[in-house]
Design a protein around this ligand. Sequence first.
Ligand SMILES: [Zn+2]
Length: 271
Amino acid sequence: MKGALKSSYFSDYLKPSQIIFNLKAKDKIQALEELLDALVKQKLIKNKKLILTRIIDRERLESTALGHNVALPHARVDTEGDMAVAVGKSEKGIGFDSLDNKKVHLIILIIWNPSLPGLFNHLFAGLAKFLRRSGFRQRLFGAKSKSELYEVLSEIALSFPQEDKIISRASLLMKLQEIQMKKKKAKKEKLKHLKEQSSLIRQELDEALVDRFDRLMERYGFAVAEVDGGVCQGCNINVATGLGSAIEGSNDIYICENCGKFLVASNKRKK
Ligand SMILES: [Zn+2]
């Protein structure tokens, strides 16, 4: 699978016709529908209703509003091609249940084919890397026309995350751990729901990441450890200098050099 991926640009998946410069939508569902309609019009997707349901299921698990007025809603559906992407900009902003409670002004919708999980991770990592730069976001929000917005978006290069620092969603991994622990004690009814949530998360994380997670869970009973005061709570040993502060305020996944567990900042739970 990895061999099939090469470095590319976001614009390989995005044409100007997949951008809505001024979303009419006033809420989250309307915005998603507006973007899906654009994809239907471009013949990039067919089953709008099913896809909308999938996106909403995913949003219920955890809002895809990453903060800083940007959201990356996504769904895993059998599509015609590998990937269908749409971008919408909203002047007034749209409520998206974001972690920082800010309205969303830019929505990047990604519909991805289940046969290509690597491609989704590749794309997501590239987008996250650019969108976390405030200067880049300012240029996106400041674009005066659709073509200007397209030009800025076209700069997004998709590269591979480094091995020790996987640009992904640590919060998702933490959630997966919580679900796995609840599953042990859950009754039949609740178990079904937990299994659904678990598979939803597993589908969008890198296969190697999930394998490692399962191995750690089996061996230690937990796979994700918090870093508190520069100390890994999984093994009580200081993490490398600089790593502690890098983890702080980041949603990337780091790995403890000593015990091998995934590391997250200790304030992640108290949001
Ligand atoms: Zn450790």
